[in-house]
Design a protein around this ligand. Structure first.
Ligand code: FAD
Length: 597
């Protein structure tokens, strides 16, 4: 448990999609600044991109604009979205995609030279090696990369974030990093709910199982404002593999059918006046078919373009090989004589993730969080959905531009109070210095069972009410009081202990948000059985929260700013700020987006 002390201008916590691009941007824009990346795994294969992806789902394809992207986001979130964040992000998308293409990411192009379109906001890529490409660039940028260092907490002096703490997951060393500015980009939170696959397959989930809400928990503990946790993201995925369906639904155009072979989505469109569905409606409709006794449901691969299908199988082989195996299994063993068969789809467990949904840090247009010195980008940042990988790059770049100005304005990184360092050291190593009898896996299962049964997990078809939330809160508070029963024998197990500690923190905030929104706005994601209707009069708002120093949570309601909205763009090189009015169409504008990922 030796202590390693470092000081830097820019500290990046999490070396995933956002973190790697942030490191490069900081070093290229301000070579005189020192940059440290703290990553719990290894930046070559960490986070959501570790296994590779086959598309970039946030891109302005020909004819699309930042404004049309915003209209799509407004529609998908039924109005509750940050226009400023969405517009600033959307304007950066294509430049950042081009940048990563220049680093070596293969992007197929059409005869006009435009990236091959998978949907209006989505393009094809050959992305099996996307993470090593980003990781090597980050490494080559001259940033100091701390691989296998698990961040545990933010250092806060007089209300300002001045660094962070972590420990080596292999050597058990305690890391104390002082920094002028800190960017959190540790992704969202998986593993809050009982996953769809049991036992040793529990980690076969849609989201990266190693993104356990650490950045969110660190922010909550430090008193940063959080937003929209109740907008849980629930993926509709290929059953068992839990792999993305966009490759089949978008690229192959496969229809969703029920067990009778009927295409069922259309009849659920009606309330939208015949327009396209929202992402959550595809899941909701599937659930409704099950309830009506017409399940299970499938994506129908029969009759799809065989050449495109080969490409799809190749794409799955390089990002989620088990899906390709399941598809072959179905074809050869389910009586289809080698013809492609419908592939079964199902909903996964809920996640707190700002890249697909709305939840995360409450930030301004420069990606500054509510604590001075702190920034957030990617899946950990709230207020703007549909960011995905390319949006995470865009947000990282926006954050770094503001961080550079802030770092340049400070002569040195602040010294840390010895008492604070000691308190965090004790907290971090407690499960290994005074080990309790409960292994982290047991604790995790208890949390997941409570959340599943009382806070709208898979077993209760995502629905919840105040009565069930009350029980969930009681159990989670009890768990919080029992955290000292956790025990670890190795630094790696210690990491698992902190994953559970962080999940409990995130779950507690999530429950408070779920309780506060007394309406049903986003089916399945936020399904209040005791308030089944949408209530625009009271809940066209952001539900935010802050953890007070005594541990209690304060809920803050923030208005949705719309119609004529002043968008503060990040400072230009000369320090000027552009203020630009933006007006959206009536009721959030036109039907421009992609509802399939
Ligand atoms: C299965 C799957 C498929 C996807 N497919 C696509 C797609 O086809 N197209 C697309 O555009 N987007 C896709 N996405 C979304 C996209 O991958 C994410 O939105 C994007 O990676 C988010 O970037 P991020 O940097 O916020 O998080 P990540 O890229 O996940 O990075 C987070 C990083 O933080 C690290 N970290 C976590 N906790 C700690 C800690 N305590 N200390 C230090 N480091 C920590 C992690 O190890 C990781 O490296 C997919 C996501 C998933 C899960």
């Amino acid at each position: 448990m030796n202590q390693v002390e470092l000081a830097c201008d820019v500290l990046i916590i999490g070396g995933g999609a956002a973190g790697c691009v942030a490191a490069v941007e900081a070093r290229e824009r301000a070579p005189e600044l020192s940059v440290v990346v703290m990553e719990k795994a290894h930046i070559y294969r960490s986070g959501c991109l570790a296994a590779g992806i086959s598309a970039l789902n946030a891109y302005l394809t020909t004819g699309e604009t930042a404004e049309s992207f915003l209209r799509y986001a407004i529609r998908e979130t039924i109005g509750v979205v940050r226009d400023d964040l969405t517009l600033t992000m959307a304007r950066e998308l294509n430049a950042q995609v081009k940048r990563v293409e220049d680093w070596g990411l293969p992007i197929p192009r059409d005869e006009m030279g435009a990236p091959l379109k998978r949907g209006r906001a989505s393009i094809k890529i050959f992305g099996e090696r996307i993470k090593p490409i980003l990781g090597r660039r980050a490494e080559a940028s001259g940033a100091t990369i701390l691989n296998r260092v698990n961040a545990t907490g933010l250092a806060v002096e007089d209300g300002r974030v001045v660094g962070a703490f972590g420990f080596g997951t292999r050597d058990g060393r305690f890391y104390v990093v002082r920094a002028k500015t800190v960017l959190v980009c540790t992704g969202g939170a998986a593993g809050l709910y009982r996953p769809s696959n049991p036992g040793v397959a529990a980690h076969r989930m849609w989201y990266s199982p190693f993104n356990t809400g650490a950045g969110l928990a660190m922010g909550i503990r430090a008193g940063a404002e959080m937003t929209s946790f109740e907008f849980r993201f629930i993926p509709l995925r290929i059953k068992d593999a839990m792999a993305p369906t966009g490759e089949i639904a978008q690229w192959l155009g496969a229809k969703q059918i029920n067990a009778r072979g009927e295409a069922y989505l259309e009849k659920y469109y009606e309330h939208l006046g015949g327009k396209r569905m929202l992402t959550q409606d595809r899941l909701y409709a599937t659930l409704m078919e099950h309830r009506a006794g017409r399940g299970p449901c499938y994506l129908d691969l029969r009759g799809v373009n065989p050449r495109k299908l080969d490409g799809t199988i190749a794409a799955y082989l390089s990002m989620a090989p088990s899906s390709a195996m399941i598809m072959s299994d179905e074809a050869y063993y389910a009586g289809h004589g080698g013809e492609m068969a419908p592939v079964e789809i199902t909903g996964g467990e809920p996640h707190v993730v700002g890249g697909h949904g709305l939840s995360g840090f409450w930030i301004d247009a420069t990606r500054r969080a509510t604590l001075p010195g702190l920034y957030a980008a990617g899946d950990v940042a709230g207020g703007t959905p549909k960011k995905y990988a390319s949006g995470a790059w865009a947000e990282a770049v926006l954050a770094v531009r503001a961080m550079i100005d802030e770092a340049r304005a400070q002569p040195t990184a602040a010294a840390l109070d010895g008492g604070m360092v000691e308190r965090e050291r004790k907290r971090v190593f407690a499960p290994i210095v005074q080990p309790g009898p409960v292994p982290p896996r047991d604790f995790e299962e208890r949390l997941q069972k409570v959340m599943d049964e009382y806070a709208g997990g898979i077993s209760v078809q995502y629905g919840y009410a105040e009565g069930t939330l009350r029980i969930a809160r009681l159990h989670v508070e009890r768990l919080e009081g029992e955290l000292e029963a956790l025990g670890a024998t190795t630094p790696y197990e210690l990491m698992h202990c902190h994953e559970v500690i962080d999940r409990v923190e995130v779950a507690r905030t999530l429950l408070a948000h779920m309780s506060h929104r007394r309406e049903t706005r986003w089916h399945c994601y936020q399904e209040r059985l005791d308030y089944p209707e949408r209530d625009d009069e009271h809940f066209m708002i952001f539900v935010n929260s802050v953890r007070e120093p005594d541990g209690s949570l304060t809920i803050i309601e923030r208005p949705v700013e719309r119609a004529t909205f002043d968008v503060v763009l990040p400072p230009l090189a000369d320090g000027a700020v552009i203020r630009q009015p933006f007006a959206t169409g009536e009721n959030g504008g036109s039907d421009t987006g992609d509802s399939k990922e």
